[in-house]
Design a protein around this ligand. Sequence first.
Ligand code: B3K
Ligand code: ZN
Length: 885
Amino acid sequence: MRTEQPKVIYLKDYQAPEYLIDETNLTFELYEDHTLVHAQLVMRRNPERGEGLPPLVLDGQQLELLSLALDDRALQPGDYQLDDSHLTLQPTAKQFTVDSTVRIHPESNTALEGLYKSGKMFCTQCEAEGFRKITYYLDRPDVMSSFTTTVSAEQHKYPVLLSNGNPVASGSEEGGRHWATWQDPFKKPAYLFALVAGDLWAVEDSFTTMSDREVALRIYVEPENIDKCQHAMDSLKKSMRWDEKVYGREYDLDIFMIVAVNDFNMGAMENKGLNIFNSSCVLAKAETATDAAHQRVEGVVAHEYFHNWSGNRVTCRDWFQLSLKEGFTVYRDAEFSADMNSRTVKRVEDVAFLRTNQFAEDAGPMAHPVRPDSFIEISNFYTLTVYEKGSEVVRMIHTLLGAEGFRKGSDLYFERHDGQAVTCDDFVKAMEDANGVDLTQFKRWYSQSGTPRLAVEEAFDAAAQTYTLTFRQSCPPTPGQKDKQPFVIPVEMGLLDKLGNPLPLRLQGEEHAHGSNRVLQVTEAEQSFTFVGLAEKPLPSLLRGFSAPVKLSFPYDRDQLMFLMQHDEDGFNRWEAGQQLSVQVLQEMIGQHQRGEQLVLDERLIAAFRTLLQDNALDQAMVAEMLSLPSEAYLTELSEEADVEAIHAAREFARQRIAETLHEPLWQRYQANREASRKTPYVAEAEQIARRSLQNIALSYLMLSGKQEVLAACLEQYESCDNMTERLTALAVLVNSQFESEKAKGLEMFADYFKDDPLVMDQWFSVQAGCTLPGGLERVQALMAHPAFTLKNPNKIRALIGAFANQNLVNFHRADGAGYRFLADQVITLNALNPQIASRLLGPLTRWRKYAPARQAQMRGELERILASGELSSDVYEVVSKSLA
Ligand code: B3K
Ligand code: ZN
């Protein structure tokens, strides 16, 4: 908890550390009611910082210091200073050793940071600043040390003892205890430290690297989960091969371990050689995990593995550089997933997510650049901006340099900085040096926050046969940043003729055309590009593949969008045209609702959907994506002032109309695909996933008809399918239907069957939290009393409270403000238990500026109540105070 005014940390104040740690030797004695940590730090004065010997200030929080020695000389309380977060002592030589022993309490650590217990096992989470809750240390990423770690614990409760690196020794002690020593030869910052002790089983495999070294692979889980590891193991091996092939990166230790834990604040953590995972990102099998969960496991396993190079071998100098490792690694895992599955579908999913959620963050009170300038609590900066927008920034570098140039740049980056802690500037510099280019202006993507707008106009000159596109970029003000300089915006584009054929692209002044797809670089506030040799007016396809994270506008009419939906050679832009068409149609209906008019759906949308459903040659996953209307959250993001009820009413009306008018083709596609699912055992591979996604979206439309034959089909799917993807969709559509007795029975059967599987129960909670029928808040409140629910487990909080506040917008924003009051109550409770989770839950309340005055007042009122509720963690304090500012 915060005891003093929270301090703002600024990037501009960065200074290299006064001292360095060459060797860290740790011994952990784990007991049920406390843990002893002995640390020996072999240290020296940092030569970069000059001659004198300033005081040594070690970080440490919630530690009980039992003994301290400097070069074997025991220190007495008068020899050092202690406060809430530091231990200060005076070195007397350039090289010295600090020995300390502290007592800590993992058994009562509910914040899940530092050393804590998840169920019966001990585990750690040190990024960003958790190591200081384990021992006194220089807990900053630019202090890199080799680590030797000994863990001792009761043998029968904790037969498995793990840490980073390679196992070097082990033995038994008296009194039923045993110990193991691990040595990590690679220097690393403390945030990559990990320790695990528990009764775990392992799935084992091995991988032969490109230089023919054998690496042992192990996934450790609690015994009941041993049959859910194969998918993660397959994903790991694919990741290792992919990183060798695409980036030339080889794994470096003799062993790579993953441990699954149930209580975890994030998805997973890339600790050197010992990744610790939220069990939701490792465990998957047909009966318990959906296709989406399988894909998440594949993506997260890859992400953490890729960090071994982009994060561990080359790490961050300071936490302002977080996107150096996160943006780059998200980009790497997205490309991996694109290569393993459907590239276009992956891009569509990522872009929809970015535009709904990161754009909202960029437009809200917590908006910050990809490389923030300041923070109060670094945990609050593990954001969509640092991760997802950061990945888009790396993607743009790739687009600008091309695949080969980008690879030259990444090779140089890894070679130049291996073993170092570096900055985003160092990353860009390697890209520049390897390619002989200047990315100075491009770097504004790292320093300027907010989502740029890019308005495009066209002009056709029939006599001169020229076609001019004029781009105007601007960026709205964001906290602390009023005026922005122009960005470098790569716009991948093409031009289509009247039949939909791609046209050759020749810019004025060029000798010949350069293909039919090219990247324009918009670098000025206003800039025009003139294409020549065009006998008739073309139709532009702009920002293909979403080549920059901007809000592009071009005055397409609905017929042009329908044309692009069918003819654009870029699959992403075909989807995008459909989205824009849906958005236009829905926004028109939102207006109708606001004026109290009868809602009328533009039949062109139905015609476009009918064409999609009738085209058996199209990728079924893309058809499913294109049939999905933009979410209420996205429509909210697009609104100046979001009208919750109008958005919901318009979207639901459109769904109902689509379901009625397209009943026949939906029914046909549903039946054909369900038939195929019945015949083929479940495999989580692209073609089947595509088939199920179309089957499931068809079912969700069909259920809106309320027809008995559809209900029968839904129940058949629910009861007879062999996998969670079909079962959960059937349950979700039942839950959102009016078939009350079938709904109750379905929910009960599900909970009864899966009550001992926490990850499946999370899905059961989420399905109900997302139900938009009236009474949503009461349902969620009742579920909080369910025996499977606990506020101590972050997955449960996300599944129930998070899903309700983020996805069930009509119920969360109900007019009497009870949804806001409920969320604020949970934040206040969680502030004391788990500040990181409390702070994350606040998201929906921070966006109060999006709503009408009455709702604004209610939301602000709840934020103020949180602020006044007592001693706030720095996590919650920062978000609440910035949202109210
Ligand atoms: N690097 C971790 C993030 C941990 C954050 C803790 N507050 C997960 C990841 O991005 O791979
Ligand atoms: Zn990461």
